[in-house]
Ligand binder design. Structure first.
Ligand SMILES: [Zn+2]
Length: 410
């Protein structure tokens, strides 16, 4: 049976969104946490963008030394040869890439103003695929931006052309979030039947259905006998009304009555990491998790009304589909209410040693301590919020890689 794999695009689609941002150190933490959670791939950013280069190369280094174990780190660029060349010049060790091109009439008309024919576009995309392969790309995904508003026949023609050129899978983008579950199921099934090509669902939430349409599309792909990939973002952060939420997607695959029978989720996924990942993303982005958020919202397991509380107290399954422990909840969180010593931008060496001592990390060598201490100051300058324990651990474990993550000199 074919499987459903998750590709998280928080570090690309999430961060490109208006009015929300993420420091490179936090992007790195998300990659580490996604790896712990067993997510298949992370779209880590824009290798053509100058201020991303050092962060991307540092994360590739983390993968090389085994600090990131299974998660595939993938870069995103436009499907034009100039971008592919720039990508691999900037990040020569990048092994996974998504190449993006618009395919709908409306986007081609507005973006290219009639200057490029459909044939020219296909040729450019296919040349980009071949070029990426020459530069050493191990997997190449090709995006049909605005796939949902593209004529089905054209979409099939495009998918067949990129497969012929050597791409590994095809990304169907519901860029405006305009699909509905029944339509997308039919469309993706037809596409998969006609091409026998693994399909990646990339859906936006403008109509509040990003998770529903992603899963309906996945079912279409699986029924047609191909693997399916679903693009997600943590807490659904993304352009406009956001993307397909990572935790909700996993919950739906595990607990929705139909999907849990019909769709087989990548067995590496560990849902118990959901709470940690969602909370960290909320902290790093500075966006609260809505009280009603599936699985990780404050009220996801709260009961008060007479009938609900009574039913839940008698048997939790009366009003709960899954348990708090399934999403990594249930342990009380420690909140320091007394004296607290922190380390950061303006800290000193004594406070620094105290904080690390509490984490069980000692520095025997004075110059090692000084080195990490200085990096902690810069990391805090970079994030502009208190460093969490896992960030402090990352800095102590891989100081030279963190130094590169923090390098964003214009
Ligand atoms: Zn998108």
């Amino acid at each position: 049976m074919n499987k459903v794999y998750l590709v998280d695009v928080t570090n690309r689609d999430g961060v490109q969104t208006s009015r929300i941002l993420l420091p490179k150190l936090a992007k790195t933490m998300l990659n580490l946490y996604l790896d712990e959670m067993g997510v298949y791939q992370s779209e880590i950013g824009f290798p053509t963008l100058k201020h991303e280069i050092s962060y991307i190369n540092a994360n590739l280094e983390l993968a090389k030394i085994g600090a990131i174990k299974r998660l595939r780190l993938e870069g995103w660029c436009r499907a034009i040869p100039a971008d592919v060349t720039l990508t691999f010049r900037n990040c020569p060790d990048l092994k996974h890439i998504n190449l993006s091109m618009s395919t709908s009439d409306v986007m081609l008309r507005t973006k290219f103003m009639g200057k490029r024919s459909w044939d020219d576009i296909l040729k450019g995309v296919c040349a980009s695929i071949k070029l990426a392969r020459e530069y050493g790309a191990v997997t190449i995904g090709v995006n049909a931006e605005d796939g949902s508003r593209t004529e089905p026949d054209r979409l099939i023609e495009y998918a067949l052309a990129v497969r012929e050129a050597g791409a590994d899978r095809f990304r169907y983008s519901d860029t405006l979030g305009s699909d509905d579950p029944l339509t997308i199921f039919e469309k993706v099934r037809e596409l998969a039947l006609a091409t026998k090509y693994p399909i990646e669902m990339h859906c936006h939430n403008d109509l509040g259905m990003a998770v529903a349409v992603s899963l309906a599309g996945a079912q279409g792909a699986i029924e047609a006998g191909v693997d399916c990939f679903i693009d997600t973002t943590i807490n659904g952060y993304g352009e406009r009304a956001g993307n397909c939420d990572l935790v909700s997607t996993i919950l739906a695959l595990k607990f929705a009555r139909g999907f849990k029978e019909k769709l087989r989720l990548d067995e590496h996924i560990d849902l118990t990491k959901a709470w940690k990942v969602a909370r960290y993303a909320s902290y790093a982005f500075n966006i609260p998790v809505p009280i009603t958020q599936p699985g990780v919202g404050a009220n996801a397991f709260a009961h008060e009304s007479g009938i609900h509380a009574d039913g839940t107290l008698k048997d939790r399954r009366t009003y709960e589909l899954y348990d708090p422990e399934d999403v990594g909840r249930g342990e009380p969180e420690r909140l320091e209410t007394g004296r607290i010593i922190t380390t950061g931008e303006y800290g000193g060496i004594r406070g620094f040693r105290h904080v690390y001592g509490k984490l069980g990390i000692e520095f025997d060598d004075d110059s090692d301590a000084r080195n990490v201490f200085e990096l902690v100051q810069y990391a805090n300058l970079h994030t502009q919020k208190p460093l969490i324990d896992d960030e402090l651990r990352l800095i102590a474990r891989h100081p030279e890689i963190v130094r590169n993550i923090l390098k964003v000199t214009p």
